[in-house]
Design a protein around this ligand. Structure first.
Ligand SMILES: Cc1cc2nc3c(=O)[nH]c(=O)nc-3n(C[C@H](O)[C@H](O)[C@H](O)COP(=O)(O)OP(=O)(O)OC[C@H]3O[C@@H](n4cnc5c(N)ncnc54)[C@H](O)[C@@H]3O)c2cc1C
Ligand SMILES: NC(=O)c1ccc[n+]([C@@H]2O[C@H](COP(=O)([O-])OP(=O)(O)OC[C@H]3O[C@@H](n4cnc5c(N)ncnc54)[C@H](O)[C@@H]3O)[C@@H](O)[C@H]2O)c1
Length: 474
């Protein structure tokens, strides 16, 4: 190994070029700092290369596949409609490459130096970068650790990072868990003809009860078998296929064999090889770095952001934490800390699900006095003309204050529409803030207006109910 001289001094050194790291690098460069970004594999991290992007490309292909029936109804001649997974793979991987090049260009445009290699702390102001026989040492004023997390995938199972990077379509797929990953994979691969089964140890997928009911109806309609409340899940290998044994909700012993099995994983922070013991950064029992809302660790010049700081594991969180950490490094008093109280839950299922804020169960369990309004997409003109009528919008307002508590959507447009709810919750919006504005017509957004009108007993495109907008008092 060639040990480099202390050739460089950098103001900010960032370990890991995923969404937390490269966003933070750009924000620091925007403030005029000299930034070194160290990545041991590929810029873009898990999200771009193995997670968000390949999984959403897969979900998008499944959505378009389903959309072909609508195109035929509109008069398009589609031919056999055959789906070539090999060509899809080229498309999916091409999009990942294209987006990664975008990140590389952004780093270049912001004059961020990118070094490929594995970073390790030598002291609290020196970092070593190992790349084959080369070992460079850099002194820094501030460092940000954004090296992500890894799942404890068991032998014979598929991990989340492999689930959307198949080279050929599996014939069978068992998905054990209740995460958005399970649901996104189930709807997508099932629609490509893969024999797909969901096994969920829990009784729910953790969504608002009305949305959950509709989601289960959609899974049934798609003919995706779902075993809820499965207990004692065990995985074995019979030399040919993986066996999944469990006890179903009726207490019966079940055995399913499959070529491919995915199981939601337990995650640990990627901190074991960083030399953190040398500098004494505090970790929790799962090797996640302990941080405050500014990403500050137990050492004043070292910050952390993203999956390496623990759950929730989402690029949304990684990006926001990365920015907040840099603002704190720069001493920007006007910046806001990273807060995840209103983090939307997004599932690219068919139809998609999006949710933010309080669910009805939580409102009930907290003895809140609330009003719920719902609107089924079947009554929405735009949903009718685009033949995307499955699903509903549900809103919850607090009785008395009229404050928005939560918005839960299953249906076309959910993922974009939920942002209105996120902004509303952040601004402590009341029902009138949703009832008064103009809504484009015809649009899926009108279903949000109708749900809000339903909450006050005034929905237009909904048959009158007997006890309209009756206050739910527990
Ligand atoms: C299948 C799947 C789908 C997902 N879908 C979504 C989604 O739709 N939306 C969403 O918000 N989130 C999604 N996620 C989660 C999202 O990918 C992660 O939360 C996000 O990538 C975390 O970003 P990060 O920057 O903290 O870590 P990462 O993206 O994991 O990046 C860490 C980087 O650090 C590098 N590294 C590690 N150790 C070192 C070292 N010693 N030296 C140098 N570099 C190092 C790694 O190579 C990696 O590039 C998904 C995840 C998966 C697996
Ligand atoms: N490095 C990795 O590969 C890695 C790391 C962490 C998690 N994961 C994957 O993520 C799965 C879920 O992890 P979890 O334990 O945080 O579960 P989770 O489903 O409870 O999600 C955690 C948070 O992410 C948000 N979220 C969920 N789906 C989202 C989406 N599509 N887009 C944006 N935000 C979303 C939710 O608000 C939630 O608070 C795991 O089962 C695993 O497959 C992968």
């Amino acid at each position: 190994m060639v040990v480099g001289e202390l050739a460089q001094e950098k103001d900010v050194v960032i370990l890991g070029g995923g969404p937390a790291g490269y966003t933070a690098a750009i924000r620091a460069a925007q403030s005029g700092r000299e930034v070194l970004l160290i990545e041991k594999d590929q810029l873009g991290g898990t999200c771009l290369n193995k997670g968000c992007i390949p999984s959403k490309a897969t979900a998008e292909a499944a959505k378009q596949y389903k959309h072909m029936d609508h195109l035929k109804n509109m008069g398009f001649e589609i031919g056999s409609g055959h789906f070539d997974f090999g060509r899809f793979k080229e498309y999916r991987d091409g999009k990942v490459d294209q987006l990664r090049k975008g990140v590389e260009s952004l780093c270049k445009a912001n004059k961020i130096e990118v070094m490929f290699g594995e970073a390790v702390f030598l002291s609290d102001d020196r970092i070593g970068i190992e790349n084959g026989h080369q070992f460079d040492v850099v002194r820094f004023n501030h460092a940000l650790i954004s090296v992500g997390a890894s799942g404890g995938k068991k032998a014979g199972l598929i991990g989340a990072s492999d689930l959307f990077r198949f080279s050929t379509l599996p014939e069978e797929l068992i998905l054990a868990g209740s995460s958005y990953i399970v649901l996104e994979a189930a709807f997508a691969y099932h629609s490509f003809g893969v024999k797909t089964t969901i096994i969920n140890e829990g009784e729910t997928f953790g969504l608002d009860e009305t949305i959950e009911k509709e989601l289960l109806r959609q899974l049934k309609k798609a003919k995706i078998p779902v075993h809820m409340g499965a207990k004692a899940i065990k995985i074995d290998w019979n030399g040919d296929r993986t066996l999944c044994r469990f006890v179903n909700a009726k207490g019966e012993s079940m055995e399913l064999a499959s070529s491919h099995i995915y199981m939601d994983e337990q995650y640990n922070g990627n901190t074991s090889a960083l030399g953190l013991e040398r500098i004494g950064i505090e970790l929790d029992e799962n090797q996640f770095i302990k941080v405050d809302e500014w990403g500050r660790t137990s050492l004043s010049n070292i910050y952390a952001a993203g999956d390496v700081t623990g759950a929730p594991f989402s690029a949304v969180k990684a990006i926001k934490q990365g920015k907040a950490a840099v603002e704190a490094m720069m001493g920007n008093e006007h910046a806001a800390p990273a807060d995840f109280y209103y983090l939307p839950t997004i599932i690219h299922s068919q139809p998609p699900v999006a949710s933010v804020g309080m669910t009805e169960e939580v409102a009930r369990s907290e003895n809140l006095d609330y009003r719920a309004g719902t609107y089924v997409l079947g009554g929405n003109g735009y949903a009718a003309l685009t033949e995307k009528k499955d699903g509903l919008v549900k809103v919850l307002f607090e009785e008395g204050t009229d404050r928005l508590l939560g918005i839960h959507i299953i249906g076309e447009g959910a993922i974009d529409l939920i942002q209105t709810g996120v902004v509303g919750l952040e601004m402590a919006a009341r029902d009138e803030d949703f009832l008064y504005p103009n809504y484009a017509h015809p649009s899926l957004a009108e279903s949000l207006l109708e749900a809000c009108e339903d909450a006050v007993g005034k929905a237009i495109h909904q048959a009158p109910k007997n006890k309209k907008a009756e206050k739910v008092k527990m």
